[in-house]
Design a binder for this molecule. Structure first.
Ligand code: PNS
Length: 159
């Protein structure tokens, strides 16, 4: 069975991420969306909240599951029999760091990284930008799933 992982922070998941999950789901038998547990990085949503939003986001894809991990991504892949990492590439600005990570991951365990070109509708989109715009009252509808929008509004409105 061909398995892939889409790793990330997903704080929160955007429609750009969901587009990548769907495209990975069409290429692999099973896709795991894996949330990095990073205690040193502050986040707007807890890991459990992010996973819940991701589960809602991938309802349409029966071969996509949601999990979390800590430590090295390649160790997670090895432990779960995952052969490939799938990521979206938005623009050339993503490329240098993504290439470094792909090469390091390949050196560590031979795990391959496949890049899908982000849908141009979402090429400027990032979780950080969505949070910033929502925090200052900007309209981010259509950029994140509707249930994420509700949670985002509720969270950024908190004192
Ligand atoms: O959404 P993000 O924060 O850009 O995702 C980055 C992520 C989670 C893909 C990357 O930081 C990662 O794989 N972290 C796990 C730790 C690891 O394996 N580091 C070595 C990468 S070569």
């Amino acid at each position: 069975m061909a398995k892939a992982v889409c790793p990330g922070s997903f704080d929160p998941v955007t429609n750009g991420h969901v587009d990548v999950f769907g495209r990975a789901a069409a290429l692999f038998d099973e896709v795991t969306v894996a949330v990095l547990i990073n205690k040193t990085k502050s986040s707007l949503f807890s890991v459990e909240e992010r996973m819940q939003m991701l589960r809602e986001s991938v309802r349409a894809y029966p071969n996509v599951v949601v999990d979390s991990f800590h430590g090295l991504l390649v160790d997670y892949c090895r432990a779960h029999g995952i052969q490939a990492i799938v990521k979206g590439l938005r623009a050339v600005s993503d490329f240098d760091y993504e290439l470094q990570m792909a090469q390091m991951n390949h050196r560590l365990t031979g795990t391959e990284t496949l890049f899908v070109s982000t849908n141009p509708l979402y090429s400027y989109l990032s979780s950080s930008l969505v949070k910033e715009v929502a925090t200052y009252g900007g309209d981010v509808s259509g950029l994140v799933p509707d249930f994420v929008l509700d949670q985002l509004h509720a969270r950024v409105r908190q004192p």
